[in-house]
Write a protein that binds this ligand. Sequence first.
Ligand SMILES: [Zn+2]
Ligand SMILES: [Zn+2]
Length: 394
Amino acid sequence: MNLKEEIKTIEPELIALRRDFHMYPELGFEEFRTQEKIIEYLESLGGMFRIREMAKTGVVADLAGVEPGPVVMLRADIDALPVTEETGLSYQSVNEGKMHACGHDGHIAMMLGAAKILSGYRDRLKGHLKFVFQPNEEGAGAEPMIEEGVMENPRVDCAIGAHIWSPLPAGRVGFGPGPVMALSECFELTVKGRQGHTANPHLAVDPIAVAAGIITATQSIQAREINPLQASAVVFGRINAGSTYNIIPSEVSLAGTIRYLFQVPEGEEEPRDRFERIVKNTCSAFRADYELRFLFRQEMVVSDPELTAKALPGTLETVGGPENVEKVVTMIGEDFSEFGKTVPTLFYFIGSGNPEKGCSYPHHHPRFDIDESSLAVGTEMHVRGALALLDMDE
Ligand SMILES: [Zn+2]
Ligand SMILES: [Zn+2]
């Protein structure tokens, strides 16, 4: 039986796994049932893996080969979102207010499928495979795993990550070298004025007017300061101020993200510094004060050119040819980038969109759903990717 046929035989199992995780979604660092199910499944494969719990609700499963070789890590994220599901599926979430609306249920199923198939290679495995099930991707779950030693014992040489992708039709994959997911910085900003009566604005300092100026002025970072051929975006996601129509409030609270998809050239001002310069000078121009806090930063996710080249033949084999491969680049961030700080990474997108099956809603939408044929594709991508990075034939 060749690899494609072998994966075909476990497809019903992949779908059943995904539906089970879908029905019982858990938020970041609360994935206790999910963790238990992952361990249960891996143990059912016959004691092949050294299994460890990590970062509270994460799992690391090692598959040691018989000959020395590279240590390849494969990572799946396992958390759900605080979204109330509206799909009406028979296996819809039973955990109120929680939903696998980003496809991480599928990520777990694909990774378990890959672990099962790859465990069959154990007798001739040259190197070491590390299957990592990471909690809390939507927050920050990679960092605690690194702190608890996921990259060590044995030391990881390279890492594979993937995301199910609804904008991409099922059967296609997003694959290619270079930056694929953006660097993102989350900020909170308080603009401080002086409270007063809206009839006497000259006796107050109106922070709403200042905040409006900041929102407009910071758009010129992309429009006038950064090369138009390079992508960046400053977007405010929250703004709160005031209590009623005739009071100028004392302050405005804002939050948002700064995202970009390029390496800042040596000696050039970073986008966050450009942002703060504009905030500072706008406030000073209008007699206001401010407090700016950068909450956390996710680095870019980059597909290493060498790893990409190694994995390309297997990718073409998986999807049947170059016509089903495209380069996907997104301004969305991913904390898989944490692993990329110390080792080269490979990241790809598994198309899951299919309007005919109702799978056309965006990620994080209450009606988000995936074409489940993507599960077999993702599993095959993982298996072929891992073998390629181990320099092994199928
Ligand atoms: Zn998400
Ligand atoms: Zn996600």
